[in-house]
Design a protein around this ligand. Structure first.
Ligand SMILES: Nc1ncnc2c1ncn2[C@@H]1O[C@H](COP(=O)(O)OP(=O)(O)OP(=O)(O)O)[C@@H](O)[C@H]1O
Ligand SMILES: [Mg+2]
Length: 353
């Protein structure tokens, strides 16, 4: 076998994707993860559309079009990726862009995917440019260009790939290049869940976990869950602990109140760090504008978690605004913290009266 062939075989044999990222995934989370679309609560429009696209692809006996999942952390992107595979009756391979270092890493996976399977890349906005270019061709033409050998002996080989579905997920749609995002045939924006949707998620999780929680307590917990299923489930687990240690095992309104108080979560679902962010902008920067980097240092939070986790919810709830000059608090934030507002908050320049 010539060296070129050996190199090629190595590439095809190498299964560089680390499954450890999957193994490390919170086991508790996996237990509660819905497997099929019918168990995925809320996001009705998204589900209805996806159901049509999946059914149509199945009827045509084709893989589903490449699908782009966009939304803040914990709203169900990974869950939807595996639901897509389950609904298509397809295999799924999961990886995350930061785990893909060299073109070989991506090529190794692409040449190993099976016909009709789902290839999930989490945090796709972090894909390196060279890998992104390889992905363009793979997505569009189902082949990759692979350079074999070095120097004058180098040859480019076009390697055909099986037809697969790429599912890409990101919390930062703005950081994904337009050539990449335009190659997805289906784009799903996942929004924060409303209280009724969260209530049905909590109801379902409580049944799976065999936790007794009354209807009022579910509604109360839904209000405290930041519009996020992952948080709703996490809080439910903590409330189960409080209920079994401090009560009779049943999660009731007093247990929810007690638990939220101990965990530093208010009735708007804001955590200590949310209030700290708002208070810092008001007290240190006179309500803003303040740049994200300065703010992240002031509150001792990584810029990624500030931008991806904390800000989207504060913005959605109307406590914070992103302006070209930085972050600004709104009048609602002053009211929340009980700080008198001396500024005209409609004025983005922040001029005092
Ligand atoms: N629509 C839903 N119905 C029921 N449970 C849900 C739903 N969406 C998410 N969950 C639950 O929330 C948990 C977190 O969801 P998931 O891991 O899919 O979020 P994610 O968007 O991938 O987050 P990240 O950006 O951090 O990767 C899941 O384990 C699942 O139990
Ligand atoms: Mg995920």
């Amino acid at each position: 076998m010539d060296t070129h062939q050996t190199e090629l075989n190595d590439l095809i044999q190498s299964s560089v994707v680390s499954t450890s990222f999957q193994q490390e995934a919170d086991k508790q989370e996996n237990i509660l993860r819905p497997k099929m679309l019918k168990d995925f609560q809320g996001q009705q429009r998204l589900k209805d559309n996806l159901a049509v696209f999946i059914q149509a692809a199945r009827e045509r006996k084709e893989p589903l079009d490449h699908t782009f999942l966009i939304g803040p952390p914990g709203l169900g992107k990974t869950t939807l990726a595996s639901i897509i595979a389950n609904e298509m009756g397809a295999e799924i391979r999961m990886t995350s862009a930061p785990a893909l270092d060299k073109p070989k890493d991506l090529a190794g996976i692409l040449t190993n995917v099976t016909e009709g399977s789902v290839f999930f890349i989490d945090e796709i906005h972090r894909l390196k440019p060279a890998l992104e270019e390889m992905l363009y061709i793979a997505m569009e033409d189902f082949e990759i260009d692979w350079v074999i050998g070095q120097g004058p002996a180098a040859r480019t080989m076009r390697i055909p790939l099986p037809k697969f579905t790429l599912v890409g997920a990101t919390t930062k749609a703005g950081s994904v290049s337009s050539p990449l995002s335009s190659r997805f045939g289906i784009t799903c924006h996942i929004d924060f869940y409303n209280e009724a949707e969260l209530a049905s998620i909590i109801h379902r999780s409580a049944e799976i976990m065999a936790v007794h929680i009354d209807k009022d307590a579910i509604a109360h917990l839904a209000r405290c869950s930041r519009g996020t299923p992952r948080i709703a489930n996490r809080l439910l687990r903590r409330l189960r602990d409080f209920a079994s240690v401090m009560g009779d095992g049943n999660v009731t309104i007093p247990i929810v109140d007690h638990g939220m108080e101990r965990l530093g979560i208010d009735t708007n679902g804001l955590e200590t760090q949310d209030r700290n962010i708002l208070r810092t902008i008001i007290e240190f920067y006179d309500g803003g504008p303040v740049g994200a980097e300065t703010l992240s240092i002031s509150v001792g939070e990584a810029i990624e978690s500030l931008e991806d986790f904390y800000e989207p919810y504060l913005i959605q709830k109307g406590y914070l605004k992103r302006t070209p000059r930085g972050r600004m608090t709104t009048k609602k934030a002053y009211d929340l913290l009980g700080i008198p507002c001396k500024r005209n908050m409609d004025d983005n320049q922040g001029i005092l009266f």
